[in-house]
Design a protein around this ligand. Sequence first.
Ligand SMILES: C[S@@+](CC[C@H](N)C(=O)[O-])C[C@H]1O[C@@H](n2cnc3c(N)ncnc32)[C@H](O)[C@@H]1O
Length: 241
Amino acid sequence: MSVTLGEFDTQIHEPMDDDTSEQAFAELQSRNLGGWGLAQIGFGTGLAIYAMWVGILQPGFRKVPLKLQVPYIPASKAQVDNVMTLLKGRNGGLVDLGSGDGRIVLEASRRGFSPAVGYELNPWLICLSRFHAWRADRHEKVSFRREDLWKVDLTECKNITVFLAPSVLSLLQQKLQDELPDDALVVAGRFPFPDWAPCRVEGCGVDRAWAYNMQAQRRRTLGERATSPQQKRRVGHLFEA
Ligand SMILES: C[S@@+](CC[C@H](N)C(=O)[O-])C[C@H]1O[C@@H](n2cnc3c(N)ncnc32)[C@H](O)[C@@H]1O
């Protein structure tokens, strides 16, 4: 169609009718992409994933050694329920190490744990957690701190939850054992601690959760290390009921 606007002659294109768009779609479908087309799609997808990793998932991890970096995967609803079941009967404060979008911390707060604190490095996830807390009207009862979990002092923590990669759990095991008080309970979601014996297990498959009593854990580790009768006497108080 041609329209005259003063001295300008403007060509206006009719919108593509249905037949034309169907034809174009059919042509696209029938076209053989070939190696170059596939390479372009592969490159584009890779770039998009990399951009997402750098921009959304990676911030905050710059100072954390690569082998300790754990990606964000939210706990499933069943996993959260299993963690909460294992925490039944406990009270006081709770700490989630690597708190993601804050779902464990929020649920713990709903169930009476106070203070309920999440440590998370990713600033986007901290914002999201605070938003979730504000929407649930719990922003005054929970706190989300942008801190590296490896540097947090855990000596006062009684209830600890973790959902981290198996590759870091053996290192974390050592930190928890060095710092936590005897009456602490640690609950791990999805992956168990490699060398610890749980006192309870809840759920199955990917939703499973394991609870570890710190005193029992110390007894076990020290009992295994103490080989001579003198050494066993020295750690004997840990074995008294
Ligand atoms: C598998 S997600 C679990 C999220 C949440 N706890 C849940 O159960 O839904 C692990 C989280 O730990 C965080 N994280 C990993 N390393 C960390 C570190 N050194 N300090 C603080 N947070 C960390 C990641 O950013 C990620 O959000």
